[in-house]
Design a protein around this ligand. Sequence first.
Ligand code: ADP
Length: 309
Amino acid sequence: MLQLNQPAQLLFGSAAAGHTLLQATHLPQLDELLTQALATRAPADRHLQINGQPHHAFVALAGAAGEHGAVLLVQDLTELERLGRARRDFVANISHELRTPITSIRLIADTLRHLPDLDSQRQHSLLEKIAIETEALGQLSGELLDLAQIESGQVQPSYELVAVRDLLATVHQRLQALAHGKALHVQIEASPALHVRTDPLLLERTLVNLLHNAIKFTPAGGTITLLARVEEPRLLLGVIDGGNGIPPLELPRIFERFYRGDPARSKGGTGLGLAIAKHAVELLGGSIWAESSGAPGAGAAFYIKLPFP
Ligand code: ADP
């Protein structure tokens, strides 16, 4: 007589108990597996689809000698397969990201080796390209390490009371040369009295990342605003730029690892920055999101909400 535990009742229906396995499950593969295990007196297992989802079934013999009992274990593999796919995609993405700079450096090295008489201006320009590609490789490995450390829980926030306006000023200062190079005006809107208990380094790194994007996407001469204000019981931080914004269809995806917008707009980068930012903010107990109408010139706004004070 067939008995089912609660998860099995959910899978096959509670009316299945008391029937034969075939009547209960309408799955001939399971019935064959059971028959095989009972006939050979040996455990048996196989993969099969149940309700269109991947499952693994395992039959173990049960009961004393002479009795014909068996236990059927059915495991839903959907989540496991999804994780396996995500891991394969991740590795494929990294390999792809590594290939471009490595190929480029190899080609340049070949050129320099086979054409030793290149004029010094041409040599200089090739060496410059090697420096740019090496920089890209360094950024990728640095971001991969950040992501791995944050995801594996190795980063433990270290909380202290932080003066928010000073923190925003430091963030600006770190990228001042870059903003200056594009004649961008970066303005800070935050009360000097505002303090929050948080991890200053983790928050600073996240805001530098957002400001870096804002500088990258805002045309020369534009304005970027860094703001902070209390929206009880949270602190709201914002990085608001004057770039081309983000199309509404892309908004839900930009925090995914390796997601990069339309190549015509994405201006290089690894697509890891926002994934790291999201992990860091969540580690601080907060949330992060982006707003943009997607209209040209309307810009993009990235907001962070943190526990306050
Ligand atoms: P990357 O390091 O490549 O910039 P991110 O994770 O920081 O990667 O960003 C992912 C994508 O989100 C970018 O390729 C771009 O399409 C979009 N994006 C991020 N910030 C902005 C912004 N301020 N304005 C417009 N698009 C942005």
